[in-house]
Structures are given as structure tokens and as C-alpha cells.
Write a protein that binds this ligand. Structure first.
Ligand SMILES: O=C(O)CCC(=O)C(=O)O
Length: 275
């Protein structure tokens, strides 16, 4: 069955999202836009397009060591695990400001919306790391609210073999199990039983709305193609870091960044890594 792309976010979508903790939004990127954003992230990984204050994390199975983080691109390779601060790139920013996402964030957050993290999450070909069961919680992230609205977008097909996410539908309604992010073994035994877990496979270009309290995990990529994805968490502009007191980049409303004028992020803005 062809994938339906939502043209607007209605009450029935809200009900489904609240009940299940996730909602398939369909392909918010046209084939050309998808190709352009795939190329853009590869160019950023390969250092062909550079941002000084962008945070990179190499895949441990590439380096052979624990997580290696750098500010700025220090190695031209497609073997990055994660890249943050992508709202400073006009193509990514334009995608983050998609009209459907504007409608969703208006409903759950309001007019003025900031982005907690605009994160590329990669499982490079025949690599990738296991991400254990967790919820995406404000305290664990060291911010003073608990965001609930994340849009996760597959840039490649995410399958069981390429390390798609696994989720427990409805687990958002359990509330916060652990303020510190990761789910205890005891709660895993209770809430992530095989019969309650589904594989959240996705097509390239497909966007999925995720409730931040939804239990989720993902595995490694055993295929010869990458599993690239992009995850952006939206929240009220007044949300602050409890460490630095800073607010976060504004993507909707007054003083929102614009793809036409966005410039590189300041070093000041990345002095603490929040999550
Ligand atoms: O892309 C993945 O495998 C996991 C992403 C994730 O945990 C998130 O978006 O919160």
C-alpha cells in the first residue's frame, strides 16, 4: 500500500499520536529534496561543506575506540555516528520548518518554537552502534522542560537489517520512567517484552512524529548501505539549559532563523553538550 503523506494534522492524528506515541507523517521531502539533503549530509561528513561550530561523533566501529567527538569536521569519512547543530545549514533548516511541522508544533507548543537538537543519526554501512532502550527526557538532557514533539526522518530505508528503531507503542502513556534517560533493567523486563515491541521500519524520505516519552531503541546496520536519519526535537522557546542558562535556536515565530539568512552557530552556543 503506498504511503499516505499528511497534508494537515487533524484531531484524529492527535488522538492516534497520543494513544500510540508515534504517527507516520509520510514523505515530507520530494524525491529531489531527499536527494539534495542526502548529498548535503554526505558533503558535511566529507568536509566539502564545513561549519566550524558543528559537533561530530565518529562511529566507534570505525575508530576502534569509544565515542570520538570533535567540533568541526576533522576527518573526511562517511563513518560518522552523529552530527548535531544542523539548523545552521539552510537545507536542514528549511526542512525543519516544513509547513506540516509548523502545524504540529503550533498545536503542541505554540507560536514560538525552539529546537533542542537537530541531529543526524547514522548507522554507516556494516557499522553503527546499538542504542539501548530509553525515553528522551528533559532532566537527562539538562533542560528545564520535557519536550514531547520529535520528528524523525529516514534518509535511507530503515529496516530490521539496517538498524531501524524499535518502539513500544503506547509506552508514552507510562510517563517518565527514569528522569535520567535510560530505562532500568527492571522496567525493560516489564515494558519491553517481545510481544509489546514493534520494528519501526521506514522508507527513505519518510517522517515519523515521535512522542519523547515513547520507549525506543535501535540496533546495528548489517547491510552494505548506510542507514541515515535526521531527528529534530521541538520545544517552547523559553526552555533553558539548567547548566548554562541558555535558550535554544528559534525555528518558528518571532526571531526565528531563516534559511535565507542563517549563518554559522557561535562557539558560545555549543559550549555544553546537552544530549
Ligand atoms: O535513529 C535512531 O536510531 C535513534 C534516534 C533517537 O533515539 C532519537 O531520535 O531520539
Amino acid at each position: 500500500m503506498p504511503l499516505e503523506t499528511l497534508s494537515s494534522f487533524e484531531d484524529q492524528h492527535h488522538d492516534q499520536f497520543m494513544e500510540q506515541g508515534y504517527l507516520r507523517l509520510g514523505k515530507l521531502l520530494s524525491p529531489d529534496e531527499l536527494a539534495a539533503i542526502q548529498q548535503r549530509i554526505d558533503d558535511i561528513m566529507l568536509g566539502k561543506i564545513r561549519y566550524d561550530n558543528m559537533r561530530f561523533q565518529l562511529d566507534p566501529r570505525h575508530t576502534g575506540t569509544a565515542m570520538t567527538r570533535t567540533v568541526g569536521n576533522e576527518e573526511a569519512t562517511l563513518n560518522y555516528r552523529r552530527i548535531d547543530d544542523l539548523e545552521q545549514d539552510p537545507l536542514f533548516l528549511a526542512y525543519m520548518q516544513h509547513p506540516l511541522i509548523r502545524q504540529i508544533t503550533r498545536r503542541y507548543i505554540g507560536e514560538d518554537v525552539a529546537v533542542f537538537r537537530s541531529m543526524f543519526m547514522n548507522k554507516p554501512a556494516e557499522r553503527g552502534t546499538e542504542l539501548v532502550w530509553h525515553q528522551d527526557i528533559g532532566v537527562g538532557w539538562k533542560i528545564d522542560t520535557n519536550p514531547t514533539t520529535t520528528v524523525w526522518t529516514a534518509f535511507d530505508a530503515a529496516t530490521v537489517h539496517s538498524g531501524c528503531m524499535q518502539i513500544v507503542p503506547g509506552s508514552n502513556n507510562l510517563g517518565i520512567l527514569n528522569e535520567r534517560h535510560f530505562t532500568s533493567e527492571e522496567d525493560q523486563a516489564k515494558y519491553t517484552r517481545d510481544e509489546d515491541v514493534i520494528d519501526l521500519e521506514a522508507e527513505a524520505g519518510e517522517a515519523i512524529l515521535l512522542h519523547n516519552f515513547l520507549l525506543h531503541r535501535s540496533g546495528v546496520n548489517t547491510t552494505t548501505s548506510p542507514r541515515r536519519a535526521f531527528s529534530a526535537t521541538y520545544m517552547d522557546v523559553t526552555t533553558r539549559s539548567v547548566v548554562t542558562g541558555d535558550t535554544f535556536p528559534i525555528v518558528f515565530g518571532e526571531d526565528a532563523l531563516s534559511p535565507d539568512t542563517v549563518t554559522g552557530k557561535s562557539a558560545e552556543r555549543i559550549k555544553f553538550f546537552h544530549g
